[in-house]
Design a protein around this ligand. Structure first.
Ligand code: TRP
Length: 454
């Protein structure tokens, strides 16, 4: 496909909100606050930030370099640089990983829609705590309702992606992302002004090194990968729509900074409220879908805060979901010569089938397990723990060792038009070539159990 016809982002602000939209998602809102609380508070945050800077930024920069250099999808881009080699397999692996992630992410996206609708009914929040807890379990394990909500979420995502980059992804991100930050700040203020909020702030921010266990390291790295949308070509795909004049290193910093800031704001919005109402800082979906409704039920104007919270969750999820869909759509369009519309429809059919299976695996198909994990958990586990780190590893190896150094530097400096200090480029290249591959291999081998370092 000629580059002239290729859609692209229209403005710097548009690129940045789209990138932040991809990064900020469900990972920030329920996973990060809980991990921080259970892994030593500030101690975990410091470690997380170090990983983001030294390991994740090099991967993000590498993904942008591949994407913008080749102006192509994840598979086509890699093949353009290394034709007739095995490298493009990374592209296929990435497309598969994105499809697997969508298979569970869109199910949770559907839950957020159900909870927005529920928050409007006064009777929902009037239920007692036990009823609110059993509602969640009954809802996600029922066969039809959550699958329908997943399809609604998929449909909305498809409507944005089918409109293209400038008129779809960029346009909607520009509206949704500022709204998202505004809403989370309102919730932070509400949470911090509750009597007893300071306990929650302490839980989040006072470093407790005794809670920093060896597996906290893995948790921090896995979280950083997932939260920054790395390792499966999302940033290659978005990078291919970034204008040549933009500074890729700068954009990586802003994206990672916004994502980390949002994760911390999410912690501030959630944890002080959890402590103020004497709730357990429980993990995962339970915290967001069970404990928070119980808190809203006891708050004055609880319905309004409940709607606000689940709208935040929904918006964060859908701006990430569009970035996943786009990876596959760009691949189908450019490699299989489909129109955007056909590519979106084909991808949606695949996601609808796999998503229904993973939704059903919460109830009807509960007994179909592999290694003791449900279909939903398999999609979740294999992607975060294996496919993303493997993808990220190959991407830095590709940019560090396969691409010509002069080409990488040319892309980083936008053809020599951005004057970088020599040592900034040297440090970036060192991280891409050595630090990131070694550190990721270490974590990966450890997490699949081939070697046990700790
Ligand atoms: N980063 C998003 C979140 O925090 C999820 C996401 C979007 C993602 N694209 C991705 C995760 C690519 C891994 C890879 O929810």
């Amino acid at each position: 496909m000629a580059n002239k016809e290729r859609d692209s982002f229209g403005s710097r602000f548009g690129v940045l909100v789209a990138l932040a939209g991809s990064a900020i998602g469900l990972g920030n809102l329920w996973r990060f606050p809980y991990l921080v609380g259970n892994n030593g508070g500030a101690a975990f945050i410091i470690m997380y930030v170090i990983f983001v800077i030294f390991l994740c930024l090099p991967i993000m920069v590498s993904e942008f370099v591949i994407g913008r250099r080749t102006q192509a999808n994840v598979f086509g881009g890699i093949r353009r640089i290394a034709p007739k080699s095995a490298w493009p397999i990374i592209g296929i692996l990435s497309v598969a990983a994105v499809i697997f992630i969508m298979a569970f992410y869109f199910v949770v996206g559907g839950w957020t829609i159900e909870y927005i609708l529920k928050s409007f009914s006064a009777s929902f929040l009037a239920s007692d705590n036990t009823a609110l807890a059993s509602f969640f379990g009954e809802f996600i394990s029922s066969p039809v309702a959550p699958a329908i909500m997943m399809l609604v979420f998929l449909g909305l995502t498809a409507l944005i992606v089918v409109a293209g980059i400038k008129d779809g992804i960029e346009k909607y991100s520009k509206i949704m992302m500022p709204g998202l930050f505004l809403l989370i700040i309102i919730l932070c203020v509400r949470s911090l002004t509750l009597p007893g909020a300071s306990e929650g702030v302490k839980f989040l921010f006072s470093p407790d090194f005794s809670k920093l266990r060896p597996d906290s390291i893995l948790a921090a790295l896995g979280q950083a990968f997932f939260s920054l949308s790395l390792g499966m070509g999302c940033m290659i795909t978005y990078g291919s729509y970034i204008a040549k004049k933009e500074n890729l290193i700068h954009m990586s910093f802003i994206t990672a900074g916004a994502d980390t800031l949002f994760a911390i704001l999410a912690g501030i919005a959630i944890m002080p409220a959890v402590f103020a109402f004497g709730m357990p800082p429980a993990q995962g979906p339970g915290l967001v879908f069970i404990i928070l409704p119980q808190i809203f039920a006891q708050m004055p104007l609880g319905n309004i805060f409940s709607i606000a919270f689940f709208v935040i969750l929904f918006v964060a999820a859908i701006t990430s979901a569009i970035s996943m869909l786009e990876v596959v759509v760009a691949y189908f369009m450019e490699e299989l010569k489909m129109s955007r519309r056909t590519a979106v429809i084909v991808t949606c059919v695949i996601v609808a089938i796999l998503g229904s299976l993973s939704s059903l695996s919460q109830g009807t198909l509960k007994d179909y397990t592999l290694f003791g994990k449900s279909i939903f958990d398999i999609f979740d586990y294999t992607t975060s723990n294996i496919m993303l780190p493997v993808g990220g590893l190959f991407i830095v190896l590709f940019v560090g060792w396969k691409m010509k150094r002069s080409d990488v530097l040319d892309e980083l400096t936008s053809g020599g038009t951005i004057p970088f200090k020599r040592n900034i480029l040297d440090v970036t290249m060192f991280c891409i070539k050595f630090l990131a591959p070694v550190a990721i291999s270490f974590v990966l081998l450890n997490s699949i159990g081939l070697i046990k370092f700790f």
